[in-house]
Design a protein around this ligand. Structure first.
Ligand code: COA
Length: 342
């Protein structure tokens, strides 16, 4: 088996790897102080380690794969095993023995690639470590693992007692965490609309109305319609914020607190997300969630008891971020009314 991403590949053990593994148990041995250090008692354990690796040549297994950088350097291993032999509880493990290969993102890249593969056939994965292994705990948390079991004083390392830890993560949590992390690494900003954004805003409105709402525009770009929307922002009835990716607007959200004097007041005093749009080529990256979350936080500051919106085509999205279909139909646009409690 071969798995690959933009940083590393995971592959079966080869005879050329033996030398490196001998090095890892005899010279480059720091990792043994952290990877189940209670298992490394004598030279016999080193020999056993090498023999078990050699046996992989006759019996290749997907439960132990070598981590190789794209430049061809062997830097470690990932493995999987059933906790206490329980087939329902598959745990993953990792080691990056060479100190020179550490803190380069190899462990994160390798473990997430391995887990992505294992998640094709399972909903939950586990990992185990001990309470003194802060690097492994941080790595597990970065991936989205949460502690599910702690066995007090299970391990003794250098005369000190440590707890045995088991972590679990569901596929949904794993995906969510990865998406958030990817977003964090990108250059995203949410900013209040200013006049310099007018053209970009009008362009997005035009595409949204034509492609998503299937409406006919009698003016394109819809300058007059956008001017009306902006006037409502300037009058203080609505808020309009744009999501910028690398300095370019790729989406917007319009929201308000329903007020009898605004041009839309279906639920007086409630927060209302009037419009939300993410450019088509930027969808399914989590930006919609970020923008919805932003509007909700802004509305919360205005002390609204509930936030509602109307939707027809994007109901699945709104349900996924916690809105509930009330069964009510909007008297303004005939859309379904969805509500979220603050
Ligand atoms: C744990 C280990 C696999 C991490 O490998 P690595 O390639 O250096 O890790 P990465 O560069 O991919 O870092 C991923 C995350 O791990 C955590 N981490 C890694 N090294 C860390 C350190 N020195 N201090 C704190 N956190 C650390 C961080 O969360 C890091 O994310 P960040 O860079 O965004 O902060 C490595 O230290 C190792 O092989 N240790 C010995 C073997 C071992 O303990 N295995 C686990 C047995 S249970």
């Amino acid at each position: 088996m071969l798995l690959k991403n933009d940083k590393i590949m995971l592959r079966h053990f080869k005879s050329e790897d033996i030398e490196k593994h001998i090095d890892w148990v005899t010279v480059e041995t720091e990792w043994k102080e952290w990877d189940a250090p209670w298992e490394w008692l004598s030279e016999a354990d080193d020999i056993d380690y090498i023999e078990r690796r050699k046996s992989l040549l006759d019996k290749p297994t997907n439960s132990r794969l070598m981590i190789e950088t794209l430049a061809g350097e062997l830097v470690g291993e990932v493995n999987s095993y059933y906790i206490d032999g329980d087939c329902e509880k598959l745990a993953v493990g990792i080691g990056i023995p060479p100190l020179s290969a550490r803190r380069k993102g190899h462990a994160y890249a390798a473990l997430t690639l391995f887990m992505e593969h294992l998640f094709k056939t399972r909903d939950v994965l586990y990992t185990q470590t001990w309470s003194g292994n802060m690097r492994m705990i941080a790595l597990a948390e970065k991936i989205g693992f949460k502690e599910v079991r702690r066995l007090k004083d299970l391990r003794e390392v250098n005369g000190e007692k440590y707890d045995g830890l088991t972590f679990a993560v569901t596929k949904a949590e794993f995906d969510e965490k990865r998406k958030l992390l990817m977003i964090k690494q990108q250059n995203i900003e949410i900013k209040k609309f200013t006049d310099v954004d007018f053209d970009a805003f009008a362009q997005m409105v035009a595409v949204c109305w034509v492609e998503d709402y299937k409406e006919t525009l009698y003016e394109n770009p819809p300058i007059r319609m956008c001017n009306r929307m902006i006037q409502s922002v300037k009058d203080g009835f609505t808020y309009l914020d744009l999501l910028h990716l690398d300095g370019n607007p790729i989406g917007f959200v319009m929201y308000q607190v329903d007020h009898p004097e605004s041009d839309w007041c279906e639920k007086e005093g409630f927060g209302f997300i009037r419009e939300m749009y993410i450019r088509k080529d930027q969808r399914k990256h989590g930006y919609g969630k970020i923008l919805a979350n932003h509007a909700e936080n802004e509305l919360k500051k205005l002390l609204v008891p509930h936030i509602y919106l109307t939707s027809d085509d994007a109901i699945e999205f709104w349900l996924s971020v916690g809105y509930v279909d009330t069964g009510e139909i909007s008297k303004f646009n005939g859309g379904k009314i969805l509500i979220k409690e603050v």
